[in-house]
Design a binder for this molecule. Sequence first.
Ligand SMILES: [Zn+2]
Length: 61
Amino acid sequence: MGDVIPFAKKIKPPVLKGNTLCKRGFHRWEVIKDQQFDVKQGQLITVYKCTRCGLTKNEAR
Ligand SMILES: [Zn+2]
């Protein structure tokens, strides 16, 4: 007991260029689906996707 094995270094995931902007909340939104009907919200929404990090968001029209 007490033996700490130091080989387990944290492996950082590869950060894509320009992704720092995304981390700060500046995403590059692109409309991937215009006027999709959201059943949950019961209204038409627009689906956006960030071209850099791949995050998606919905916006009610
Ligand atoms: Zn992004």
